[in-house]
Design a protein around this ligand. Structure first.
Ligand SMILES: [Zn+2]
Ligand SMILES: [Zn+2]
Length: 298
């Protein structure tokens, strides 16, 4: 079992995506090997709530808990995940679509909350940390369920927003970068070189401009501290693939100003225009609003 495990790691590190797809398919991992591999599932994504599950063999963590605790519990159990195996929730910022179920979920299952001092102060003020064990993190790395989680600042109109870069025990690197009006140098540096990146593709600029949102809201979304558009996201994807990222998940799509097909096509056509091909150079997908997807082992 171990030799197959090491062989998979060697293949990932030394061969291109094109080569390793066919070899890894032939080497389909056994259940025992799968248990040592990294897992991810975007359980909920978009303006109505965000929650991403990540796991190693030691347990799981959530990035955000933006729908009811009951919905998160059900989403986990539907995938045969015991909510008690969730060790911590890393919160990006205090907006409701990221914290709606936080207090109830964490007090029910005893998991710890980590976030920036600014976000925790904002949550405290709203009474959302009652009976919850919470801890501030600065720029340092925090260990949870065998994963090393490092925050990075995002550019968003909240108290002190974070994205997260996660180093998995099997060597995989993942970044979750949503709710950022622009890709700052700090965000770029954090997502660079990750194997898998969950990145915001919030709106289509034309849909937003011609849509029914009031002017102030359009301005807010388009601002440097709003949300990342499909076009801006697509530009970043090229750099990500160049840096070695093979799995790209478009996330936090606006219900009003985007559709999954448009986000997907915008990204894919941009990547195609520079000669990068889906399935050969990268795997692109869109995180559904409420996913019925299985957990991805990668
Ligand atoms: Zn927000
Ligand atoms: Zn949000």
């Amino acid at each position: 079992m171990w030799s197959r495990c090491f062989l998979r790691v060697w293949i990932r590190q030394n061969l291109t995506l094109r080569d390793n797809f066919s070899i890894l398919r032939a080497l389909k991992p056994s259940k025992e090997v799968e248990a040592f591999m990294s897992r991810i599932c975007t359980l909920f994504s978009g303006s109505s709530g965000n929650c991403t599950y990540l796991a190693s063999q030691e347990g799981g963590i959530l990035i955000d808990a933006g729908v009811s605790a009951r919905s998160i519990q059900r989403a986990l159990e539907d995938r045969d995940i015991d909510p008690k195996t969730i060790r911590a929730v890393f919160v990006t910022h205090e907006h409701t679509d990221h914290v709606a179920g936080l207090r109830v979920f964490c007090s029910r299952f005893g998991c710890k909350v980590y976030s920036s001092p600014g976000t925790l102060a904002a949550l405290e003020e709203k009474g959302m940390l009652q009976k919850v064990d919470s801890s501030c993190i600065g720029e340092e790395t925090v260990e949870a369920a065998g994963m090393a989680v490092r925050p990075f600042p995002i550019s968003h109109d909240c108290a002190q927003g974070y994205g997260y870069r996660i180093h998995m025990p099997d060597g995989r690197k993942v970044a979750v970068a949503t709710d950022t009006g622009v890709m700052t140098d700090g965000v770029r540096e954090a997502v660079h070189g990750c194997d898998l990146v969950v990145i915001e593709s919030n709106h289509d600029v034309r849909m937003l401009q011609n849509g029914r949102y009031p002017y102030y809201l359009k301005r807010r979304i388009l601002s440097q501290t709003g949300h990342l558009s499909n076009d801006d996201c697509a530009v970043e994807l090229v750099e990500l693939v160049r840096s070695g990222t093979t799995r790209l998940i478009l996330a936090h799509l606006s219900r009003e100003n985007n559709v999954p097909e448009l986000a997907y096509e915008t990204a894919k056509s941009f990547l195609t225009s520079v000669g990068m091909r889906q399935g050969t150079d990268y795997l692109l997908s869109v995180a559904p609003k409420a996913s019925d997807q299985k957990v991805m082992v990668f």
